[in-house]
Design a protein around this ligand. Structure first.
Ligand code: GUN
Length: 291
């Protein structure tokens, strides 16, 4: 069994982007600029946005973090997005989800200019992905594809099970793995809460992507020997032995599954850092399209 080291691959990608930014600056151009909006004080969101801003500074991107109160109105948020859309200095815009209940995710996502939608959530980008046109691809599935590419994991003709059909991870993942591209061309089964025979589907799969947010859901008896396991789950579970008071748990029962598989992503240190690397790549692309 080999660990798919997201930390290491993410660093390689960020180091390469750092050189690309330096080259831009030598040409007299400005570095890429990511604007991140964080509404409220959700602990996990704070951590994720903090990691995104930190990655920007490591690579040499400019970043702007806009914090808004939990009580902010939808109109106010939409007007801030409108200003970022027309600001020629801003290449990428992300609004960290989840949002407070009184704000519609859909209204917010629709308000972002698709050319600055580095999260790939806007229907224009989601639609282009489905059609196989160049698009900003949601950072988590994009990062997983970069990981498969780095380790040269053969996907052509393989059976893949994606568990979870969210717009952010499962659904785009199923499209990428089934696309007629390198590291695509798999036969994909997209599983969800109404799927019958989930164990059977997993047992015949060469690749399993677990993205349902239920700690330890994929157990040893669900995995075919030699399968490739991608664990997207990152749930905070109480753990008194940790300073933070919680531990991060993946959707895969790592101790039971890891001895059976060929490759597996750890949690943390697998998919999480790749998500950041993919977001940085998207932001660089947005900047290139803009300059
Ligand atoms: N919440 C969970 N994942 C993501 C992500 O990739 N982007 C944003 N904006 N919010 C998220």
């Amino acid at each position: 069994m080999q660990i798919l080291d997201g930390q290491l691959v993410s660093k390689t990608i960020k180091d390469s982007l750092k050189l690309d930014v330096a080259a831009l600056v030598v040409e007299g151009k400005r570095p890429p600029h990511l604007a991140a909006i964080l509404v409220g004080n959700n602990g996990a969101s704070e951590t994720y946005v903090g990691a995104k801003v930190k990655a920007c500074s490591e690579i040499g991107f400019k970043s702007t973090l806009i914090r808004m109160e939990d009580s902010v109105t939808e109109n106010k948020l939409l007007s801030v997005i409108g200003d970022l859309n027309t600001d020629p200095d801003v290449d990428g815009i992300l609004v960290q989800l989840p949002l407070p209940k009184h704000i519609s995710d859909e209204h917010v996502i629709m308000a972002i200019d698709p050319s600055k939608d580095v999260d790939g959530f806007h229907p224009v980008n989601a639609g282009k992905l489905v059609m196989g046109s160049p698009a900003f691809v949601s950072a988590t599935p994009h990062g997983i594809m970069l990981l498969l590419e780095h380790y040269k994991i053969e996907t052509k003709g393989k059976q893949a099970a994606v568990i979870g059909r969210s717009n952010i991870v499962g659904r785009p993942m199923s499209i990428l793995l089934s696309a007629n591209t390198n590291y695509g061309n798999s036969t994909v089964t997209l599983c969800h809460s109404h799927t019958h025979n989930l164990k059977e589907i997993c047992l015949r799969s060469d690749i399993i992507v677990a993205a349902l947010g239920r700690p330890g859901f994929v157990t040893g008896d669900m995995v075919k020997p030699g399968a490739v396991i991608i664990d997207v789950g990152i749930t905070r579970v109480p753990d008194a032995s940790k300073k933070s008071g919680f531990a991060l748990k993946g959707d895969v029962d790592f101790p039971a599954v890891s001895p059976k598989c060929s490759y597996i992503t750890p949690v943390p240190g697998g998919v999480g850092p790749m998500t950041i690397a993919a977001l940085m790549k998207n932001t660089f692309t947005a900047c290139q399209n803009n300059l």
